[in-house]
Design a binder for this molecule. Structure first.
Ligand code: 2DT
Length: 210
């Protein structure tokens, strides 16, 4: 009987800006590769591909778009990358993904008149992660970190609404991470969860959002 090739895990890091998730994602990929666990850092929005160029202009406030159009572009950005991501996972490469569909829904639904279930529709059919690590910082810890930049969405009130939306999206694959720790301590916590997820998911089929 042919032996099954273990697939890579698909692990998403979510959270508000300044929570340290990007630093942790990159550090983790380095660690995994050094320890012979093939892995790759991916992030959304991917500003380097076709749909991402328009998203970049939108985020830098160079263009304005109706909220619905912006939302669908972020989703299209994931669909543009989907064939590559699926192939990498099937080849046994673990993907550590900085933001995904949950950012798409949580940010768009934080806007006036944008319905959370409408926002989720275009995500259906995309690969479902094996785990979502939600990096959380309380208000006090957030204030201690350096200030926001001047891109769209970088305001405290808006980020608070995003945090509330994340809570509404949670299911059994979500794990809360208290991000109010130094880089190395946080790194150890994240590493344990990720290694456990890689082991658990390697012979399970990759699921899709329904
Ligand atoms: P970065 O600062 O991480 O580059 O994110 N966003 C992201 C959305 O509004 N919808 C999405 O689908 C995604 C993935 C979150 C740029 C901003 O884009 C927001 C912050």
């Amino acid at each position: 009987m042919a032996s099954q090739i273990p697939r890579g895990a698909f692990i998403v890091f979510e959270g508000c800006d300044r929570s340290g998730k990007t630093t942790q994602a990159k550090k983790l990929v380095d660690y995994l590769n050094k320890n012979n666990i093939p892995s790759q850092f991916v992030n959304f929005p991917d500003r380097t591909i076709s749909t991402g160029h328009i998203i970049d202009e939108y985020l830098r406030k160079k263009i304005e778009l109706p909220d619905q159009a912006a939302h669908l572009l972020f989703s299209a950005n994931r669909w543009e990358r989907e064939p590559t991501l699926t192939k990498l996972i099937e080849q046994g490469i673990t993907l550590i993904c900085d933001r995904y569909s949950f950012s798409g829904v949580a940010f768009s639904a934080a806007k006036e008149g944008m319905d959370i279930s409408w926002c989720f529709q275009p995500e259906k059919g995309l690969p479902k992660p094996d785990a979502v690590l939600l990096f959380k910082l309380n208000e006090e810890a957030l204030q201690r970190r350096k200030g926001f930049g001047d891109e769209r969405y970088e305001q405290t009130d808006f980020q608070r609404k995003v945090a509330e939306n994340y809570e509404k999206l949670k299911d059994n694959i979500w794990i809360d991470i208290d991000a109010d720790k130094d880089i190395d301590t946080l790194g150890l916590i994240v590493k344990d969860i990720v290694i456990d997820t890689i082991k658990k998911s390697q012979f399970n089929p990759l699921e899709r959002f329904v």
